[in-house]
Design a protein around this ligand. Structure first.
Ligand code: GLU
Length: 301
């Protein structure tokens, strides 16, 4: 079997919180316990939200925790040319179309939200005639969508078992490039994972429903598939999903109270890798890691 290569793919739009640490620790343990590599990619595509200072902070925080990576960090903001090439490949397949809908129109044009909050776009801009497009092009800059087939995409998740989605029904045509020219996460992630030799994607289960889109894009672009492991989410004490605004569980705040080993030890205990929440280093956890031990349900820490 090929060597496992895992990745950290944080979005540097603020300080990491407990949920990010959880994903980073387990992604690292999964790769390192298999004798594999680990790469770091800073997902700083959105110029409005991402800052170099946050990127630096993410790296300091990973180091503080005792999580290392191989090679130089990769910045998505510097890889536009690669995304452009992939986008062009899809354009040549005739499956990209401009979408002139405003945000409000997009919502109105969407089927009721799915359980994960993603709306299914009804594809209306994909049915515009050439004249209609021409006319609308004078009024505003379009976003660009990819037309998806009514095809079932299935995969076997390391933790969640078999998962499948019918792209047309469950997802709808999705955006690959925003109207301000920024390439979308779904495209960038697929291009980058392949380019960086990533074989294993370990991340929160909030991204489980992105995997079928990414697998389908890998196929369209002739890129290899990766393995997926979607982790249960850490919930805020009131049961909500953790967000960057939950300052109490932000790393800066946690560092006032805990050492790195104390935090890692608590996460390892929550992961079922140890039977007490005692301080542990990531290195010490390597021999204890196994996918079978991990919980499948979201939980509060
Ligand atoms: N950058 C994404 C995040 O921080 C993760 C993307 C991924 O793992 O595919 O939520």
């Amino acid at each position: 079997m090929n060597k496992v290569v895992g990745r950290f793919a944080p979005s540097p739009s603020g300080r990491m919180h407990m949920g990010n640490l959880w994903s980073c620790l387990l992604a690292w343990l999964s790769a390192r316990s298999a004798g594999g590599g680990m790469v770091l990619r800073l997902e700083d595509l959105d110029p409005d939200r991402c800052r170099q200072a946050y990127c630096d902070q993410v790296m300091r925080d990973l180091e503080w925790l005792g999580l290392d990576w191989d090679g130089a960090p990769v910045y998505q903001s510097k890889r536009t040319e690669l995304y452009r090439q992939a986008f062009q490949k899809l354009e040549q397949q005739g499956i990209i179309y401009p979408c002139f809908c405003t945000r409000a129109e997009r919502l109105a044009a969407s089927a009721p939200h799915r359980s994960d909050g993603i709306a299914v776009y009804d594809g209306r801009c994909g049915r515009l005639t050439a004249e209609e497009r021409e006319k609308l092009a004078h009024t505003r800059r379009p976003a660009w969508r990819v037309r998806v087939p009514g095809e079932e995409v299935s995969f076997n998740d390391l933790l969640q078992g078999s998962f499948s989605e019918n792209l047309a029904q469950d997802c709808g045509d999705f955006i690959l490039r925003r109207s301000d020219g920024v390439y979308a996460y779904q495209l960038a992630v697929v291009v980058d994972d392949a380019d960086m030799g990533v074989t294993q994607v370990v991340r929160g289960s909030d991204l489980l429903s992105s995997a079928p889109r990414q697998i389908w894009l890998q196929d369209r672009l002739g890129l290899p598939h990766t393995e997926y492991g979607h982790l249960p989410l850490l919930l805020a004490p009131d049961g909500r999903r953790l967000a960057k605004r939950d300052r109490d569980l932000e790393l800066g705040r946690l560092q006032e109270e805990f050492t790195a080993s104390e935090l890692v030890g608590r996460l390892a205990f929550a992961a079922g890798l140890t039977d007490r929440p005692d301080p542990m280093t990531p290195q010490e956890l390597i021999p204890l890691f196994s996918w079978e031990k991990l919980p499948k349900e979201d939980f509060t820490i």
